[in-house]
Design a protein around this ligand. Structure first.
Ligand SMILES: Nc1nc2c(c(=O)[nH]1)N[C@H]1C(S)=C(S)[C@@H](COP(=O)(O)O)O[C@H]1N2
Ligand SMILES: [Mo]
Length: 536
């Protein structure tokens, strides 16, 4: 290694120690500057970029972004050092550069921990100190900018710094944030328990619901295609009717655990339901606050089965789910506040800074525009918006604000989070039909899937096995609710095992055929017929 390389490696090692220190100190505040940086990048990037990342990387998009930022930080450290060394800088210039970089690192670390800590002073200052001490000492021990010490001592210094960071981690962990100090309602807790706690001030054990999945027959072989279709062969003497539950078929009503999750957050807001209250206000006659238990026991609370889909879902994609929710109509909540004639939008604001708006006309006409407080008979899981989130059946998921803190009537038009990033405002779902499973049983082959037309409903689904030349009507299961998708299947006599070009298309409740035109998700949701070529 020449001198320049040595300096670059020294700085890169310092950056690594800094990152290790940051992660070690993270338990103190329950978050870290890397996640904050990733969040800043996500919120600053155009919606199309964020969507592309979600589509290509899925749930790995956010961790991948954090890794990329970490790598960039290490590369920047090495780059700056090599650059300075290469220009034969004077001692004074070196000092300026080192001071500048140090100040930037201190500021970034402190600001990152402060943002992650929601501002609790001693936590973020201590986390900053713990994270900065090891790299700081490493620089001092290695003689500042020019490491003149031998390799063995360098390694020893490096080991010492990492050990120090680990020690800081132990301190951070022992002082770490308690998950929740509150004994109030927790995410995923039985709703009955919440109601009983309120009535008696006692806790009851959760009464879990069991979910049964339909029998599928003995599967001899099975594989998944890139189009999210499960292609399988079952025993020839399996039930020739197939039902709607064969391999690949989604349950008509899913559970909280298998519901898709999409949001802009690297780490989701933790809301203490005991301290939380819903504020209902804005341009209303009388604004008021509602506690979580008041919401759960609201006289108009009801169970609803609702399908939601993300507007960034691709044709055949998995960002669509159906679940049973407990929810209160938003118009009932607003009626108690009194809405004036001049009302235009109903704006929801969330704990993560997200906002959405729906016209008051829509809210006042529709009983199914609701604030959900439960899922599967339990309080909402954290990732689905605990303690309360909006649901607007027939609109894409982006309209359904999670972690709602206030509902506000506005007299003017309001620009929402994704709307500001170029997505359509109304976000009415496009009619869709997706193949989920293709299965052979002897000479018979079934094609099955789901179809959803939002509030228009689904009247028919057709299946083609020859790329769209000929079509057959599929059988349709009754939808689990007016707000949900319905499953379909078509069974054909098909002795030969050659490749089949399977295509499906739906007709909605207005009689309109699902459009064949293929469009991407941005800005109004994907369209086009789902097709897959299978051999079985
Ligand atoms: N507060 C908040 N609400 C949000 C989002 C968000 O980033 N923040 N994302 C929206 C999007 S784009 C979708 S598709 C749905 C997904 O809801 P789910 O994760 O419960 O399925 O939440 C919506 N509500
Ligand atoms: Mo979404």
């Amino acid at each position: 290694m020449d001198g320049r390389e040595r300096v670059a490696v020294g700085w890169a090692a310092t950056a690594v120690v800094w990152l290790v220190g940051i992660l070690a100190a993270a338990p103190l505040v329950g978050g870290h500057p890397l996640a904050v940086a990733a969040q800043v990048v996500i919120e600053a990037s155009p919606g199309t970029v964020a969507t592309l990342a979600i589509e290509t990387l899925g749930a790995a998009a956010q961790p991948a972004l954090m890794v990329a930022i970490a790598v960039a930080a290490v590369a920047a450290a090495a780059g700056i050092a090599a650059f300075a060394e290469g220009y034969g800088t004077t001692r004074a210039q070196e000092r300026y550069l080192a001071t500048g970089v140090s100040v930037a690192v201190v500021v970034l670390t402190a600001a990152g921990f402060r943002a992650a800590a929601d501002g609790v002073f001693w936590r973020w200052t201590l986390a900053t100190a713990l994270a900065l001490l090891p790299p700081g000492l490493l620089r001092v021990a290695s003689g500042g900018h020019r490491p003149s010490v031998g390799r063995r001592r360098t390694l020893r210094n490096l080991g010492g710094a990492v050990g120090l960071a680990a020690g800081g981690g132990v301190v951070a962990r022992s002082l770490g944030r308690p998950a929740t100090s509150s004994d109030g309602p927790q995410p995923g807790e039985s709703l009955d328990a919440v109601v009983e706690k309120r009535a008696e001030g006692t806790t009851t054990p959760d009464s879990g619901r069991t979910v049964t999945t339909a029998a599928t027959g003995e599967i001899l072989e099975s594989r998944s295609t890139t189009e999210n279709v499960v292609v399988s062969v079952a025993e020839a003497d399996a039930d020739p009717v197939f039902g709607y539950g064969f391999a690949g078929m989604t349950p008509a009503v899913g559970t909280a655990a298998d519901h898709y999750v999409v949001d802009k957050n690297v780490s989701n807001p933790s809301v203490d339901a005991e301290r939380w209250s819903l504020s209902v206000g804005g341009a209303v006659r009388e604004s008021y606050d509602l506690s979580f238990s008041e919401l759960v026991t609201h006289p108009e609370a009801r169970d609803m089965t609702v399908t939601t889909a993300c507007i960034s879902n691709s044709v055949g994609g998995n960002l669509i789910s159906t679940a049973e929710w407990r929810a209160v109509p938003v118009r009932a909540l607003l009626a108690d506040a009194g809405v004036p004639d001049a009302a235009e939008d109903v704006v929801t604001r969330a704990a993560d800074g997200y906002t959405e708006a729906i016209p008051w006309d829509v809210v006042s006409e529709r009983e199914d525009v609701v604030l959900a407080v439960g899922m599967d008979g339990r309080t909402l899981p954290k990732e689905h918006g605990f303690p309360a989130r909006l649901l607007i059946p027939g609109r894409y998921g982006m309209k359904s604000t999670k972690w709602v803190e206030d509902i506000e009537v506005s007299a003017g038009d309001h620009e929402s989070y994704w709307e500001a990033r170029g997505w359509v405002e109304e976000a009415v779902v496009n009619t869709l039909s997706y193949v989920r499973g293709v299965q052979r049983r002897g000479d018979r082959v079934a094609v099955g899937g789901v179809a959803y037309g939002g509030r228009r409903g689904i009247d028919g689904v057709e299946v083609s096995l020859d790329g769209g030349d000929t079509w057959a009507d599929a059988e349709l299961e009754a939808p689990p609710s007016p707000h949900a998708w319905r499953r379909f299947r078509h069974v054909a006599e098909l002795p030969d095992s050659g490749p089949k070009d399977v295509v499906v298309r739906a007709t909605d409740g207005t009689g309109a055929l699902q459009t064949r035109e293929e469009t991407g998700a941005h800005p109004g949701g994907s369209t086009g017929w789902h097709s897959v070529t299978v051999s079985l």
